[in-house]
Design a binder for this molecule. Structure first.
Ligand SMILES: O=C(O)c1ccc[n+]([C@@H]2O[C@H](COP(=O)([O-])O)[C@@H](O)[C@H]2O)c1
Ligand SMILES: Cc1cc2nc[nH]c2cc1C
Length: 338
């Protein structure tokens, strides 16, 4: 199991990222050329199959073990009235996840994913980022490692999601810190806030950036100052996946913002990731452009929980099924293109 012993170990891992197996990628690409269809006619399904082959290091990748994890945590900045819901909802939704009644439970069941629910110190909200760092270094490392622990070696595809009232505020701050732009550009309506709450949110992000930006010397420091426990956990899980050449399906705005500091440091970081969808949250579309990822789905979702990622799993399954099961031109005695 991957664990980051200290800041240096985390930062060193980010500098030395494994690449996909090029022989498997080439073998999968060659097989795509043999299947009974005009070259390229399955569009992104073909790219998905070769992407999965490279990361799973086999010519014909499989999806027998899809694992999802939902990390939940609370945020000090929520006390400023930046969400449409009270902070108690985080713990109440965790109880709902445990009972199997939330959207992600249903979607994980329907796409055949195993789901882990990981509450992170719900009774200890982070520091309010507008006036102090969200986490101490020890707390941030603990959250990174709680995330890394879900990327278990036998997983063929990992997705991570989150639940945390107020967390679109730190997500906006992380995005601005990584890729520039002002607070208003990255702040959206989250759970459905009114104009007054949106103004408070923009002000909180402005203050957080003014306070912390000069001190964000590395990716861990940025996550520690501007992030939160579930956010650091997602970053830890996605990095631990990369270290094991495990492909990852990214969910919405917060899941993508979690890796923004890692991508700012190493632009190659998202090579093992597919963006499942583009959320309705302001900022997600531009964030995906910075991550250089084209989302698979546009469904107007703004739920989080890993819901968009779970919805994309059947698409990956279909890509791998066509790749693995279609007849070749030779097998079906179909003439090849001239
Ligand atoms: O995934 C997204 O793009 C997304 C967009 C908006 C809201 N959310 C969810 O809503 C919560 C954060 O919204 P807010 O307004 O409390 O900051 C948190 O629990 C997220 O899972 C998620
Ligand atoms: C009810 C509810 C469910 C959620 N799931 C993810 N974020 C959420 C926010 C709220 C408010």
């Amino acid at each position: 199991m991957i664990a980051f012993a200290d800041r240096a170990a985390f930062l060193a891992a980010l500098e030395d990222l494994p690449e996909p197996c090029s022989a498997s990628t080439m073998a999968a690409r060659a097989r795509q050329g043999e299947l009974t269809k005009p070259a390229g006619s399955l569009g992104r399904l073909e790219e998905i199959a070769t992407f999965m082959a490279g990361w799973q290091q086999v010519r014909t990748p499989r999806l027998d073990r899809v694992r999802g994890a939902v990390f939940a945590a609370n945020h000090g900045v929520a006390a400023r009235g930046v969400s449409a819901f009270p902070a108690e909802v985080t713990a109440q939704m965790v109880a709902n996840f445990m009972a199997g009644g939330a959207a992600i439970n249903v979607l994980a069941r329907s796409c055949g994913a195993e789901l882990a629910i990981v509450p992170l110190d719900l009774d200890q909200p982070t520091g309010d980022i507008a006036r102090e760092p969200a986490l101490t270094e020890v707390e941030c490392l603990a959250a990174l490692n709680a995330g890394a622990a879900v990327a278990t070696a036998d997983t063929q595809l990992l997705f991570v999601g989150e639940m945390g009232i107020g967390n679109t505020t730190p997500a906006a701050a992380l995005s601005a810190a990584a890729f520039g732009g002002d607070a208003a550009q990255w702040c959206g309506r989250g759970t459905g806030i009114d104009n007054a709450a949106l103004s408070r949110k923009i002000e909180a992000v402005d203050q957080a950036l003014a306070l912390h930006q000069g001190h964000c010397a590395d990716a861990l420091e940025t996550l520690r100052r501007l992030g939160g426990r579930e956010i650091a956990a997602m970053a830890g899980a996605i990095l631990a996946a990369r270290l094991q050449r495990m492909p990852v399906l990214l969910d919405g705005f917060i899941a993508c913002a979690a890796i923004a500091p890692l991508v700012a440091r190493n632009p190659q970081f998202t090579s093992h990731c597919l963006a499942a969808h583009c959320s309705a949250e302001t900022g997600h579309a531009q964030l995906l452009e910075h991550l250089k990822l084209e989302p698979l789905l546009h469904l107007g979702l703004r739920l989080g929980e890993g819901s968009g990622a779970a919805l994309a799993v059947p698409l990956i399954r279909a890509a791998l099924a066509t790749h693995g099961e279609m007849a070749t031109f030779d097998q079906a005695a179909v003439a090849k293109s001239r």
